[in-house]
Design a protein around this ligand. Structure first.
Ligand SMILES: *Cc1c(COP(=O)(O)O)cnc(C)c1O
Length: 410
């Protein structure tokens, strides 16, 4: 019988229903501490990337650990503020910050804008001047390194839309330094997600250090280097990124410089701290397609998009040990949504019966946050486990929750 910390997953499914996301506080805490330890003795601030899992209960865990936050929208900023986090601990990333988002961030006095273009720098300066504020900025450098990951989650190549080319960085910093509405704080990059080797990250860091040193020579002092997130995790037993090596390389590269390190991990902190529980609705052995066995479960692509979007692999395991494992067959685990792309897993060897409870593993990052109401399905509930207790940190969405926005109030 599978447990999350001291709580049986079956008990959660029985109480809250399925599909449901279940998260482990202890896992989040352990991962956070692991990362801190690996970076020592560097002065490091971990800014949790909110977009990986933005549930308020999850944000609270990281705020209590002393984390900062990396946000990519005004909505995420409001989430962070709503749990009482310190605005100074927030860095604001993203290529398309609107005037309204910039104004909100300026009024709340956030820690830093991670600027992605010359046009954005100008817009932030204009808004800051108008609001009589000084905007803290960092320039996101596109170091043109190959992060060797899925093309949809690679962000540090010249052809990606993110950041400013190395060759334009110095000019942009000069422009920022000359503007009274802007205050140069840092330099940043984020070269991609699910990175499994340190090489590209170290290469990116050395590009940033070169720029830092060149800026120092022209009288512009950089206070922090933000290496972004992207640390890869294990989805099916493959090796994770070598944290100790990453820490060692960053310590070597930054050396004696009086510079703070910021990191923006999302997936690394939460992916393996979450599962999606789902029940088998119907079995369709050797159905329409010859030699294809389908298990139709009550979770679908609208609940967990990663398999459909990135062909991502998630392990799927039974929550209770099946009575008869000789009945194992090869199953495609599919949802009720009307799309052939609606699958959670292909060709898994499992002994299944109708009503069985399954856990889709490693679903803590980019799971619930990418959910939708496609097919007018309500989003799943979310549960946070802490030791032998669990708490519903988001209730299941009802159809009425969805219809309310469309019903004519008059
Ligand atoms: C998505 C993102 C992150 C987090 O990425 P992970 O792969 O989840 O660690 C960090 N920084 C920026 C700018 C991002 O866009």
């Amino acid at each position: 019988m599978l447990h999350a910390e001291g709580v049986s997953l079956e008990a959660i499914a029985d109480t809250v229903g399925t599909p449901v996301y279940v998260y482990s506080r202890a896992h989040f805490e352990n991962r956070y501490q692991m990362l801190l330890d690996a970076m020592a003795p560097l002065d490091v601030v971990i800014c949790y990337a909110v977009k990986a899992n933005s549930n308020l209960g999850v944000l609270r865990v990281f705020a209590e650990l002393g984390a900062g936050f990396d946000i990519v929208s005004g909505g995420e900023l409001q989430r962070v503020i709503s749990i009482g986090a310190e605005p100074q601990s927030v860095v604001f990333s993203g290529v398309g910050k609107s005037v309204a988002e910039i104004d909100l961030a300026l009024k709340l006095n956030i820690g830093c804008f991670n600027v992605e273009s010359a046009a954005e720098l100008d817009r932030i300066a204009t808004r800051a001047e108008l609001l009589a504020r000084v905007a803290p900025i960092s320039v996101r450098i596109n170091p043109d390194v190959d992060a060797d990951t899925h093309p949809y989650i690679s962000t540090g190549l010249r052809e990606n839309k993110f950041g400013v080319p190395v060759g334009q960085a110095i000019d942009l910093y000069r422009r920022a330094a000359a503007n009274d509405a802007l205050d140069v704080h840092g330099i940043d990059c984020h070269i991609g997600s699910q990175l499994t080797s340190v090489g590209p990250l170290a290469e990116a860091c050395s590009h940033l250090i070169e720029i830092v040193d060149e800026l120092k020579n022209s009288g512009i002092q950089i206070e922090h280097i933000d290496m972004g997130g992207g640390l890869g995790v294990s989805y099916s037993g493959e090796r994770e990124i070598d944290l100790d090596e990453y820490g060692r390389r960053l310590n070597e590269l930054i050396g004696e410089r009086d510079i703070k390190l910021l990191l923006e991990p999302g997936r690394f902190l939460v992916a393996n701290g979450g599962v999606l529980l789902t029940r088998v609705e119907y079995l369709k052995p050797e159905s329409c397609a010859e030699h294809k066995n389908f298990a139709v479960v009550d979770a679908a692509m609208n609940d967990l998009l990663r398999p459909a979007l990135y062909q991502a692999w998630h392990d799927v395991v039974p929550v209770t040990t099946p009575a008869d494992t000789t009945a194992e067959q090869c199953w495609d685990i599919v949802g009720p949504v009307c799309e052939s792309g609606d699958f959670l897993a292909h060709e898994r060897t499992l002994a299944l019966s109708e009503g069985d409870l399954l856990a889709v593993l490693s679903a803590g990052a980019y799971g619930m946050v990418q959910s939708s109401n496609y097919n007018t399905r309500g989003r799943p509930a979310e549960v946070l486990v802490d030791g032998s207790n669990f708490q519903i940190v988001r209730r299941r969405e009802t159809t009425m929750d969805q219809l309310r926005l469309e019903l004519n109030e008059g």
